[in-house]
Design a protein. Structure first.
Length: 396
């Protein structure tokens, strides 16, 4: 590091709560899937801001939309009708088939709001319980943490919300036992991210649908990480024969700016009345202007292109598994949300890829290497990554 970077890092350590394990360099600029430090060293970003930079860094169309909007206004508050908000939401409804939208700042806020919406709907008909699943990740606020079983995020910070039952993911028998007339809703990721890039089984999803028909509860799909084309379709649940009542989405839809949304079916339109829910900055004009670019670009075939690259990526990983059967136990995921299950701590491989090849990846669930490259990644980029991954695995 240069002296200026070292000074900056020292300032950070004196000023911030030390809750982040940061990479040991200070980015100066970024473009597409590349990041440069002050020395001009180039790093390859295979997590795209943890799934946020869907089109990579500094996408020209997103930058242009933000520049045009900031010359008009950046924030007014939700007391005003705002063209960027309305255009974004109309396009989002058109692309998803959902009927009502509430804009938030993040995925955590969206899940918090979805929980409130579900609770209020349920209280009208004496349904008070919500079911969530092991391995799920829904955010860091109290409501969201209450829906999770991951102790590393919850230790010594309780008590948690009541009437929440967390059962084993993909266990239909446990689900059958847990659901009752008191069940107001079930929240799940159809493809878990933090839980280790694990997909819901067809049989498990069919059980949820059958139980909804019997007990009349709401299905809440957490698409915070998986939505907006990440898995090769707009939503990860598009793979299944199911339509959720509520969908939460964030990360990639804001083009790098804070933007989340709660989407719901029309039957829930009157559950919230004037003043029932709100936000100061949710639906910020700049974020919505960027988000509209994201939606329009996705509509023009980018999902299909990224799916093809993701299919190539997964096949390459499966081929590599045959060469390292004692190190790679499983290849998981769809589209450009992939996980490599290892026989050792994934942080070892994260460190090796970074130190030897300047490649930025992420470990989750202990032994899973999580890969979330931008949707604009090419087959050549994937092949270069695979060469580096192969060398790292050989040397470990």
């Amino acid at each position: 590091m240069k002296i200026s970077e070292t000074i900056l890092v020292e300032k950070e350590k004196r000023s911030f709560f030390q809750t982040y394990n940061r990479f040991p360099f200070v980015p100066k600029e970024a473009s597409a899937h590349l990041i440069w430090d002050e020395d001009g060293t180039c790093y390859f970003d295979f997590i795209s801001g943890l799934g946020v930079n869907l089109f990579g860094h500094c996408h020209p169309k997103i930058n242009e939309a933000i520049k045009l909007q900031i010359d008009k206004f950046s924030h007014l508050s939700n007391y005003f009708y705002q063209e960027p908000q309305i255009n974004f939401v109309v396009k989002l409804k058109e692309m998803t088939g959902m009927d009502r939208v509430f804009l938030a700042n993040s995925g955590t806020e969206a899940n918090e709001g979805a929980t409130k919406l579900c609770r209020k709907w349920g209280n009208y008909i004496n349904k008070t319980e919500i079911i969530a699943f092991t391995g799920g990740f829904h955010g860091r606020t109290y409501g969201s943490l209450s829906l999770m079983n991951q102790e590393k995020y919850k230790k010594n910070m309780g008590p948690w919300l009541s009437n929440i039952n967390i059962i084993e993911y993909n266990n239909s028998e446990a689900l059958e036992s847990a659901v009752s007339e008191k069940t107001a809703g079930i929240i799940l990721e159809f493809l878990q991210g933090e839980g280790g890039v694990i997909e819901a089984s067809e049989e498990f999803v069919a059980t949820i649908e059958r139980l909804r028909e019997k007990y009349n509860f709401l299905i809440i799909a957490d698409e915070i990480q998986t939505g907006a084309g990440r898995t090769g379709s707009f939503f990860s649940f598009d793979k299944y024969s199911i339509t959720p009542d509520i969908v939460t989405i964030a990360k990639g839809i804001g083009g790098g700016l804070p933007l989340g949304a709660i989407l719901a079916k029309e039957k829930l339109a009157k559950v919230w009345e004037l003043g029932s829910h709100g936000t100061t900055c949710g639906g910020n004009a700049l974020a919505c202007a960027a988000g509209l670019v994201i939606l329009k670009e996705l509509e023009h075939g980018l999902i299909d292109i990224s799916l093809a690259v993701g299919t190539h990526f997964k096949k390459s990983l499966l081929d590599l598994k045959t060469k390292f059967p004692n190190k790679i136990l499983e290849v998981r995921g769809r589209g450009l949300m992939l996980g490599l299950v290892l026989s050792f701590d994934a942080n070892i491989l994260v460190k090796s890829l970074f130190e030897n090849y300047n490649i930025i990846t992420n470990a989750t669930s202990g032994n899973v290497l999580r890969l979330l490259p931008a949707l604009i990644i090419s087959r050549d980029d994937v092949d270069l990554f695979m060469d580096s991954l192969r060398e790292c695995l050989s040397s470990l």
